[in-house]
Design a binder for this molecule. Structure first.
Ligand code: ZN
Length: 197
């Protein structure tokens, strides 16, 4: 996608990659992401500031050092019952931002995440997706590891594994698993709603 901003001698006085404006813009982006709970690895992937500065910003804003440990890298979590409904909602918001908002990359993810959270505020529901999860989801989707399938019952679009895409798909809301809604949170093993029979 278009990355022509960094042209040094362009006709527009755009922020160069080493300019003060670029620096401010990236700092603002980092602050925005940290405010939404982004992990350090996510910041490093999206913000072009040195790691030490990101760590310092994180400490300053959160009052603690960024947590260590790997990001949740499995696609399976998004397929479990409750997270799947939320992941589908998030992706719908993300795609709306790309299509109608003409945003791309991290901007679309940020706006999509906000939209997702606003929607939850209205329905008074707890968020299942942290910003880092949402970011991972978009990555999986853009890399073709996860995709959307239309439910033959409610006609909504839901997140499925790329190799799980099938013509006659029924979503977890139309066909909830027996245990759905009883536990407080689906366990890490997760109910494989989409495994079908
Ligand atoms: Zn459905």
């Amino acid at each position: 996608m278009g990355g022509s901003v960094a042209r040094a001698s362009g006709t527009r006085p755009g922020p160069g990659r080493n300019g003060v404006l670029h620096d401010m813009e990236q700092t603002r982006l980092a602050v925005e992401m940290i405010g939404l709970g982004a992990r350090l690895q996510v910041l490093e992937a999206e913000v072009s500031l040195p790691r030490v500065r990101l760590v310092r910003l994180y400490k300053e804003l959160c009052g603690v050092s960024p947590p260590k440990g790997m990001l949740p890298f499995s696609t399976d979590w998004f397929l479990t019952w409750r997270p799947n409904a939320h992941a589908s909602m998030l992706l719908a918001a993300y795609r709306f931002m790309v299509r109608a908002g003409h945003l791309s990359g991290i901007r679309a993810t940020l706006s999509g995440f906000r939209m997702y959270r606003e929607h939850l505020c209205v329905t008074n529901e707890a968020a299942q997706l942290s910003f880092t999860r949402a970011w991972m989801l978009v990555r999986f989707y853009e890399r073709g590891m996860l995709q959307l399938a239309r439910c033959q019952g409610c006609h909504g679009e839901f997140v499925v594994h790329a190799h799980d895409a099938r013509q006659r798909y029924t979503c977890g809301l139309c066909l909830p698993p027996a245990r759905a809604g009883k536990g407080r949170k689906p366990g890490p093993a997760g109910e494989r709603v989409l495994a079908g029979a």
